[in-house]
Design a protein. Sequence first.
Length: 271
Amino acid sequence: MARFASAQQVASRFVEEVAERRAEPMSVRLRLYRSVSVPELEDILCTGAIVGGQNRFNTWDTRPFVFFADELTDHLIAQGEASYRQAYFASMRHELYDQIDRLASRIERLADLALAELDYAGARYDPEAAELFRHGIGSGHFRRAARRARSSVAIAASKEVARLNVHNEQLWADHSRLVETLVPRIEQLKAGWRFTSAVLVTKPVGGGIRYPGELGICGLPGHSREYAFQPGQIGAADIERIILFKNHREIASIEDPTCALGLSRAFPCRR
């Protein structure tokens, strides 16, 4: 069964989160934790950057951040152990994922063009829907605004956004099927891995966004707080220690993060 929601579902959830979430800048530097799959760990150690999946596998949470917790819990460990999460990150090396990224960039550029033309024409539109539009969602609202403003460029751009979004949803459906086929393969591979997940322990870091209270549960189940960073904002140089797990059980703690790379090599580094 496909694990990706329709554009309408994503739109409604995105709007709900914008309305409901409260966030604040981190006020102090903290030692933080992130549970990662083996493919993600190897990617981090190869590239030096922690970029995560940018929440693309969470249909109920569209925030494009990398999330950390301020405590190590069973819920956090389970995230890195999940075979579906491991399969998803492995799929990011597939050509299909590159196609999705390229198409997303085209949609964003066209939406920005339409919005710029609407602003130039003094057209009225719902500003809260603009970010959704940049993701290909809700183009009809902006096409109507373009028609009222008689902006041929904005009309054409919004129509193209709608057309490309149909292709985008098909690519995501194909990607979902790809991930489903990778899950049993990942489960076979895990039997031979020396470890099946890892928890990154950072040095005290700052500069992120803190989601307090019950709102933090969406990103990191079981946590009352979560800390969001832009992809790549926290890197391998910020890792103080890596805790290795085999089937949810801690087996080692490594002070030199680069040592973990030689223990597995289950996947090639992402270029």
